[in-house]
Design a protein around this ligand. Structure first.
Ligand code: HEM
Length: 446
């Protein structure tokens, strides 16, 4: 280890486990204090593996954009293959390139805009039963809502039609989240452990998805949804379509990646708005000025300037994807950091988004910062809620459309009040989740 240059500081660590225990106890606190106390390049040990924790936007840019070919996805995503299979989020190399090319047109801005009215329509019917004094668990509610939206856009289905899939998804996700602490400690050559419960949940999921695919293949009809597009997609060169296994992996990837993150953005957003009445009244004013008593429409997005700033600020303070990791597939230098093949580079939106070099009063919720010019000179990758480079989130425009329209719609209709006993503790699993139920009381606006 003496060959490593001495300037790469590190917090104290245990002899065998390295930093695993300190990290597992409080990932966000540990990483924030590592960056603030030891700088932009911190050398960590997770078991036997060297992990470079980087907080310099220029280095993040180098890894995600300039040198992206020298890296693969990090341990967390690699380990999630039992769930996602070889879908767009987890595949690499030629397989990823081919699938990316097939799927990218599905997220064309015009197609995404066509989903906007459906999204608001789902929110309208979902909240129709809410009367004043209705108590909701906010994350449960936004998850149900974004699940319905993704099911309608992906499968052209009403919730009852795909109940088996959503149940199995919930179960598989919960089981997978439970096994994360064991998973990060294992060396990469040890296969991901799959508990019997997780195996059962995945098998239910597979059966439900295969049934859906078989049904659609037999129908030969274009439903105008993502599944129809995936079934019709052909490789430019070979004219091959996707086989059932690949379709299953892509569907599950889009299904899982496409609802939980948006649900979290909405829930964190409504929590922050409930805590900031000044922001709430500006949102309500903007909604009534832009679309009055109608529903918000994708064409209103350009005019929803303040709402868009609120969403940017929510994704800054509570980024649903709170970290990104990459594994070096060859020796390379990133800035002055000498990465060896197999080393992990790891960066956190939570840490960079709260860096006082880029954002004044970084822990405060100030949507105006996105309108007052203070963020304009910031370097690229001082803000990256959707990652970046070729592996950037393919659903970012879908998600922004959804969160902006729904947040505006919900705040214009309802006032949300947090239960007095709510404690805003965090549970950073694969995504950044609240540790406790987000109980809210809803009041209908006149
Ligand atoms: C607020 C909501 C969302 C956030 C914060 C988010 C965040 C991210 C991030 C950070 C990545 C990059 C991961 C990496 O580099 O390792 C990513 C990738 C991805 N996201 Fe999202 N996402 C959101 C919504 C969505 C939606 C709505 C969909 C689909 C409908 C989606 C599908 C995907 C897929 C397929 C990838 C992998 C892309 C690739 O590797 O080519 N995401 N997302």
């Amino acid at each position: 280890m003496g060959t490593r240059p001495p300037q790469f500081a590190a917090p104290p660590s245990a002899i065998l486990a390295g930093h695993v225990w300190s990290f597992s106890r409080d990932p966000l606190g540990f990483l924030t204090s590592a960056a603030r106390n030891y700088g932009d390049t911190v050398r960590l040990k997770f078991g036997g593996r060297t992990t470079w924790f980087l907080s310099d936007p220029a280095l993040i840019h180098q890894i995600l954009v300039q040198d992206w070919r020298k890296f693969e996805k990090g341990t967390g995503l690699k380990r999630s293959k039992p769930l996602f299979g070889n879908g767009l989020l987890t595949s690499e190399g030629e397989m990823w390139r081919r699938q990316h090319k097939l799927i990218v047109p599905i997220f064309h801005p015009e197609r995404v805009a066509s989903y906007g009215p459906m999204m608001v329509d789902e929110a309208d019917s979902f909240t129709r039963e809410w009367v004043s004094s209705t108590q909701v668990d906010l994350l449960e509610a936004t998850t149900e809502l974004t699940l319905r939206i993704v099911m309608r856009t992906l499968f052209n289905a009403k919730p009852g039609d795909t109940g088996a899939i959503s149940e199995a998804v919930e179960c598989a996700q919960a089981e997978f989240a439970r096994s994360i602490p064991f998973i990060i400690m294992l060396p990469s050559w040890v296969p991901t452990p799959v508990t019997p419960r997780l195996r059962r949940a995945i098998s239910h999921l597979d059966t439900a998805v295969e049934h859906l695919i078989a049904q659609r293949r037999n129908e030969h009809a274009d439903h105008g949804d993502l599944l129809s597009l995936l079934l019709a997609a052909r490789d430019d060169e070979t004219q091959d379509g996707m086989d059932n296994k690949q379709l299953r992996d892509e569907l599950l990837t889009l299904f899982l990646a496409g609802h939980e993150t948006s649900a979290l953005a909405l829930a964190w957003g409504l929590m922050l708005i409930a805590q900031n009445p000044g922001v709430e009244s500006k949102l309500v004013d903007e909604a009534s000025r832009v679309y009055g008593n109608a529903h918000p429409h994708p064409n209103d997005r350009a005019a929803l300037v303040y709402t868009s700033a609120v969403v940017q600020e929510v994704l800054r303070l509570y980024p649903p994807a709170w970290s990104v990791g990459r594994e070096a597939i060859e020796n390379c230098n990133v800035g002055k950091v000498p990465l060896r093949k197999g080393d992990v580079a790891f960066f956190s939106q939570w840490v960079v988004h709260r860096d006082p070099r880029w954002f004044y009063n970084p822990d405060e919720f100030i949507p105006e910062r996105w309108l007052d010019g203070s963020t304009e000179a910031n370097p690229k990758f001082s803000y990256f809620p959707f990652g970046g480079g070729p592996r950037v989130c393919i659903g970012s425009q879908f998600a922004l459309m959804e969160v902006i329209l729904l947040l505006s719609f919900l705040v214009a209709r309802f006032h949300f009040q947090l239960a007095p006993e709510f404690v805003p503790d965090l549970y950073p699993a694969i995504t950044l989740r609240p540790a406790h139920p987000m109980k809210m009381t809803v009041t209908v606006r006149q």
